[in-house]
Design a binder for this molecule. Structure first.
Ligand code: COA
Length: 335
């Protein structure tokens, strides 16, 4: 809910995206693990996902930001801050944000990486909005970029069918038109989810050894059913709660913009909010779960497809590793 004395909102003023060319369809997975197109489609909603063959998350992030800047008069050197939401940084350090800064030539920017898995974009968007609302920064880039293929075990049929690679970016700028922009957020993290969705090795707890590699601890580990149940409850509840908190009825919401992990989680969230499928942004069929990139990717595609208008109320919602989850209420401001 907007504080009464608020003078500036942070608004999304440009969007951009990058998806790699290489496509892995469900038929391909039939050839590498014991699965079927029918199982994947009915249990997840996924038909295809993109795979980055050369390069890393910073490359995809830079391409997405460049794609975004092409649509504005903003030059790279005008960017104040770059926040990269990712769980697949190029390296532990330096931060991917530094690599992106160099690649796009954002000569005056500072920045950092934000690790919140599938909720990374929402956490980064709220962080970026707060930097704008502080009055200190005028141009904050928030980009979600994940090369999930780098941490996916392609022998594990439970997980390998779920993930893909992509990046997508938004530009945040201040607006004094308070009917637009980011209006409210409800965000959570709960470390009790650490055992059911994680990548165990490579950090300070389990530094890389021959043994960690042999145990396949450098890949995503997920207990799908447990995470599924937590995600349905977490994402549906928080989406409903942000509507209640802001007095929004289903007819006031133009779109739910959900994290794209599983179509059944998305449907459960829409049902709880009382909104129909035609008011839900969905592209999981084309890209699978691209972690921090899913939500801005939806925003970019639907905006470019002419489906989102200035003044539309959007509810962005996510659930992911940690656990992390939350929802953001914003009013679209781009013509
Ligand atoms: N192809 C065929 N069968 C598969 C399969 C695949 N790719 N993956 C799993 N199965 C099997 C399982 O082995 C299990 O077989 P069993 O009953 O003989 O043991 C059966 O399908 C059902 O497995 P289950 O785990 O109950 O399926 P599910 O309906 O929960 O769907 C997921 C599995 C992973 C799609 C689902 O749990 C999910 O989406 N989880 C949450 C993902 C998520 O939101 N993550 C958070 C963000 S990253």
């Amino acid at each position: 809910m907007q504080p009464k004395n608020k003078k500036i909102n942070a608004a999304i003023t440009a969007v951009g995206m990058y998806v790699p060319e290489k496509i892995l369809d469900n038929k391909y997975f039939e050839s590498i693990v014991d699965t079927t197109d029918e199982w994947i489609t009915t249990r997840t909603g996924i038909k295809e996902r993109r795979i980055l063959e050369n390069g890393a998350s910073s490359d995809m992030a830079a391409y997405a930001i460049q794609d975004m800047l092409k649509t504005t008069n903003v030059k790279p050197e005008e960017i104040d801050v770059i926040i990269v939401a990712t769980v697949t940084p190029d390296m532990f350090f330096p931060a991917t944000a530094c690599l992106v800064q160099e690649k796009i030539g954002a000569k005056k920017a500072w920045g950092f990486d934000l690790s919140a898995a599938c909720s990374g974009f929402l956490f980064a968007l709220q962080t970026g909005a707060s930097l704008i609302e502080s009055g200190t920064y005028k141009k904050v880039v928030v980009v979600g970029s994940d090369k999930m293929s780098a941490i996916t075990d392609y022998t594990d049929r439970n997980n390998c069918i779920l993930f893909g690679d992509a990046a997508s970016a938004v530009l945040l700028e201040p607006t004094t038109e308070l009917q637009y922009g980011i209006k409210d957020s409800i965000l959570f993290c709960d470390g009790s989810g650490k055992d059911v969705l994680n990548m165990k090795a490579g950090g300070s707890l389990n530094p890389a050894t021959k043994e960690t590699v042999e145990k396949r601890w450098h890949y995503i580990y997920q207990e799908g059913k447990t995470v599924f149940k937590a995600a349905v409850k977490g994402m549906a509840d928080v989406s409903y709660d942000i509507m209640q908190k802001n007095g929004l009825k289903p007819e006031d919401v133009a779109y739910l913009v959900p994290h794209q992990a599983n179509l059944r989680i998305i449907d459960a969230t829409a049902e709880r909010m009382g909104i129909s499928r035609d008011k839900v942004m969905i592209n999981i069929d084309k890209y699978g779960n691209t972690t921090a990139a899913t939500i801005p990717l939806c925003l970019t595609e639907y905006y470019r497809g002419g489906k989102v208008k200035r003044g539309d109320n959007l509810i962005l919602a996510s659930f992911g590793a940690g656990y992390t989850w939350g929802a953001i209420y914003l009013t679209w401001s781009i013509d």
